[in-house]
Design a protein around this ligand. Sequence first.
Ligand code: GAL
Length: 987
Amino acid sequence: MVLSRRTFSAIAGSAALGLSLSGSGDCAAYAAGKAPTVPTGPAPGPPSADRIKHTVGFDRYSMLIDGKRLVLWSGEVHPFRLPSPSLWRDVLQKLRAHGYNAISIYVSWNYHSPAPGKYDFTGVRDLDLFLRTAAETGLYVILRPGPYINAEVDAGGFPGWLTATKGTARTSDPTYLKYVDEWLTAVDKIAAQHLYTKGNGTIVLYQLENEYANNVTSSLGRDYMAHLYAKVRADGIDVPLFHNDKGRKGYWAPGTFDTAGEKGRYLYAFDGYPSPFGQPPDWGYFGIGGTTGGSTASPHTPGFIGEFGGGWFDPWGGVEFGGKGYAESRRTRDAAYERRFYLTNLANGIKIHNVYMTFGGTSWGWLPAPIVYTSYDYGAALDEARQPTSKLIPMHQIGQLLHSVPDLAKLDRAAGITVDAGIKAYHLVNPDTKAHFYVLRNDTSTEVVASVPLAGTTVPVPVPPLEARLLATGIALGRRTLRYSTAQPMLWLTAGRQDIAVFTGRSGEVTRTGLECASAPTVTVLEGSAGHAYANGVLRVDARLSGLTRVLVEGGGISAPLLLLLADDETSGRLWRYETPSGGVLVHGPALLRTATLSGTTVHLTGDTVKAADLEVWGPRGMTEVVWNKGTLKTLATKSGSLRAKQRLPGVAGVQLPALTNWRRYAENPESAPDYGDSGWKVANKTSSYSITPVPPGQPVLFADDYGYHYGDVWYRGHFTNTGGADSVSLTYHSGAQGLLMAWLDGKALGTHRMPVPDKKTVRQGSWAATATFAVPGKAGSRVLSVLVRRMQHDEDGAAKDTHKVARGLAAVTFDGASPVVTWRIRGEVAADPVRGPVNNGGLYGERHGWHLPGFADSGWKVVDFPRAERRQGVVWYRTDFRLAVDTAVDASIGLTLTDDPARAYRVQIFLNGWNMGQYINDVGPQHTFVLPNGLLRTRGLNTLALAVLSDGNTPAGPGEVKLTLLGSAAGGVPVTTVDSPGPTTA
Ligand code: GAL
């Protein structure tokens, strides 16, 4: 599609500040090499769908929201990895509370499209609700709807049906573009209702494609990207667009492809997942130059990291983390990693920073790409069970700092400083305010106490091994000015008549802070111990960090008092700042502050406690009453200028989980029986396919996708007449990592073939094709060969080579000793569950007949006890019900844990109230616990669990122990609406 300049202007309007289409705005100014004009000023307040039109622009330093500089401090969250809409609010509130001002989300095409032309944004797929929740939480949104997303999801986000269509994906191929347009039309219709520019939502950036590193110079790629650009604009998306360049090579930088003449509304971003064991890379403006130097490739747009590793994914078998799972991902990318790498990013001029993942969640059902197992915890700051980890603390400290100190949005590199050996020092300056910033990084394994020249004074700054910190001089702390501090500034606010400033560091560190004071102030140490002295216009405060040290500074030439709070890391994680229309509120004590509103003289707070906690609140003048989670608290006014609750907030009460008993068992796979009625199955007799796997000469197409079966298990029944001589049959199949094939001849098990467990080398290998050969017991006459293939989803297409179109299912069948003609029939999943969506089910008999659903009539099934140990090739189902009665004021996060002797080769699909919560492979792992998200899980009421156990009969098969596990709990939480979980439509 080509947009005329006129149409285009009408779409884009002239909303973006300084970015008019005539080219006379800031971008044009940059092109001419002039200095930017937007001065440093306060950051914009938290966004909302406020019905006001806003401008979303940028210059080379930062984004400009209504002309105000903003550093976007974003975390990646995937709505499709948390299938319970009420919990979206929980996750988003936790991020906002911890200093994030933005989230970035993929929208996964396959999740929303069960068939060509069908798009579903209802229930757990309600994108509109997600975006509304983000706006209500006060978070900006970076929207990333692909069409290709990668993301360790099935086919990299492409719908199953797209794997069986003509044309090369991720190019300008017209068939592919036709489907892309359908998808973008559907998603943009919702996105256009949530644009910050329109005041109807908080989307401020929109990504085209994902790490597209192919066809960069050919029309296949350029026309494709130009098409996406024009399409998204034609759909009314008027916020800046961007692409995330995988290799930081300058691919798709502004001006490298046709942007419909729209100069200056497009940004360059790049991704990076550096090894946590190496040195943090200098990839920004101030880093290495040239087109391989990250944002150096686009000097007129702000430094923008679209994805920066916040953890890493773990393949089947746990090969990435030595079988230790995501705990190891979190350990190797811990809080110190975050400070070292993310502060380096800021020191490199990055002003749009997105951490992938910040909440990883769950690749439930058949969502995961074959490379990964169900959990997508990622070792992220917020774990899969929604529990805050210590990784949120540095994010909180930096996020609050970016909000409080707008000087950080406009930085130039300043004269290099040399500090002690072992320390890498970055020195930056804000050209308007002359505030200076220093990032000191210790890449060695021993602590260095660096002598750092700060504002004319050389101060000792301890930098622990493999740590980093940011120091500032000359920043405003309310009405006073910081001369220097060896502790990292975190935030300041004005509450009532006083200003409050918070500094942080590791517990036990000795800090020195200098405040400018025209004359000697009155200093009172209110808590902890601190030394202080006044000389030459500077008040010096020395303190060893331990809990919270409070120092009240009064007078000294400024009438407003300053409360200086020196907090160790843990304490800083209990300090919550919230903006309200009447001013800032600071809360100290509870495990989480979700919301704060002021009405009259009362401050209403909502939040969580885990242990019993003190509650102390600073807020606007006149605030006299504190309400916590709807209960009014008795408070005292403190010398710190706060209100403190007279009684501690109670911690969370214990949560009782029932044992899972009364299991009922039923075996299936009637499809293996010779006389099973398969006349309703499709005949597999196609002769050509759009798969990139060649169809073997002389054989019919057996690939499941060609017959409309895209997820989970697929059955084949081959009818042939043995005229004698067939000794063996060889079955070639493609399954993805961890797939398997089982065969039966006339109802007798021939055996099972399994793909090997990947290792570090093979894990990225695509396809996973193998040939299983089974002896055919000689018997003349009519024979039926039944084959079950467990497919493990489609490959991703990261290299844009159509690898999502590698076949799945059977590919070729040959007999040794004879060549009988075989008529093949195929059966996979039934039509997508209208509520649970396309990725919920595969084609097992039980799934086709609703055995996984609540309310399925299982009273005729035999009651059995766990552990089980039976030898049988095929599928056995187990069902049970259990009732929970968790207090409504408690947010309990509950998982299902399966354990057994690892020598037992079997796997389990777990269905909770009919929802496919993932796949457990007993002898591969490493995952044993599956998160059951509240909403799907009825925390007050009856639940149904169904386990579909697939075993090869070579070892005894479980389940062994199956139990509910408490993964975390808090008093508080968000209200949770039960997710619709319908039962069978016919019994
Ligand atoms: C990136 C990609 C993401 C995800 C990530 C690894 O390269 O853009 O979608 O796959 O790698 O988790």
